[in-house]
Design a protein around this ligand. Structure first.
Ligand code: FEO
Length: 162
């Protein structure tokens, strides 16, 4: 079964969203490097690489379906944050937004009875659950610590192990 034009366009949009996510996390990594929080910088750099992998998964999928891939322009990410908590809160809500995008792709694939795309998307449904859990639990820790700088450095060391 040939993949529909609508599905190809929606996946191309998602390729852009994944590259935008990569850049958001790369900018967060640069923010943490500048703030001397090297563990958090390392964590965000890994996240950046994961997002590039997500984009590549969608690209390879479109190739497999014989569809045209459009390499997108990447949006300039935000650079300044108040503190580590604001960064991770932004990352957490960004992941919730990405999840809502993935669910819309699932809805489209379901409505078209495109079972191949649905099967590919299942990996992303599971991945989003993990991404929300990871960022959400760091937010909870930082919220609990509040202005405890020593605690924030402990979380920084913990995140260096990713
Ligand atoms: Fe590719 Fe973090 O979602």
């Amino acid at each position: 079964m040939k993949i529909s034009d609508a599905m190809v366009a929606a996946i191309n949009d998602q390729i852009k969203a994944e590259f935008d996510s990569a850049y958001i996390y790369l900018a967060m990594s640069a923010y943490f490097e500048d703030a001397g929080l090297e563990g958090m910088a390392h964590w965000m750099k890994k996240q950046y690489k994961e997002e590039v992998e997500h984009a590549e998964k969608f690209i390879d999928y479109l190739y497999e379906r014989g569809a045209r891939v459009i390499i997108p322009e990447i949006a300039k990410p935000k650079e300044a944050y108040a503190d580590a908590l604001e960064v991770f809160k932004t990352a957490y809500s960004h992941e919730q937004y990405v999840t809502s995008r993935i669910y819309k792709l699932v809805d489209l694939a379901s409505s078209e009875k495109d079972y191949a795309t649905l099967s590919m998307l299942q990996w992303f449904v599971n991945e989003q659950m993990e991404e929300e859990d990871n960022t959400g639990s760091i937010v909870s820790k930082l919220e609990f610590l509040g202005s405890d700088k020593h605690g924030v450095y402990t979380v920084d060391r913990e995140l260096a192990a990713r």
